[in-house]
Design a protein around this ligand. Structure first.
Ligand code: ZN
Length: 67
């Protein structure tokens, strides 16, 4: 086996973060707030959602909100 257990843990932790983001996006869809910035409530650019459907913030707030 060429993957060290530590590497696997890092990958699993990352996968869990992605799952959290997917669940948060689904929750926003259910609440009708999907596509709106969590910080300022402004509509997130459609092109940005194309690139990152899990984006939680607009151009101004995306970087700050990212883990
Ligand atoms: Zn914003």
């Amino acid at each position: 086996m060429d993957v060290a257990p530590d590497d696997a843990m890092v990958k699993i932790a990352h996968a869990r973060t992605v799952i959290d983001q997917v669940e948060a996006a689904i929750a926003r869809i259910e609440q009708g707030t999907y596509g709106k910035c969590e910080s300022c409530g402004q509509d997130i650019d459609e092109a940005m959602l194309d690139v990152d459907p899990l984006a939680q913030g607009c151009m101004c707030h995306q970087a700050a909100g990212q883990a």
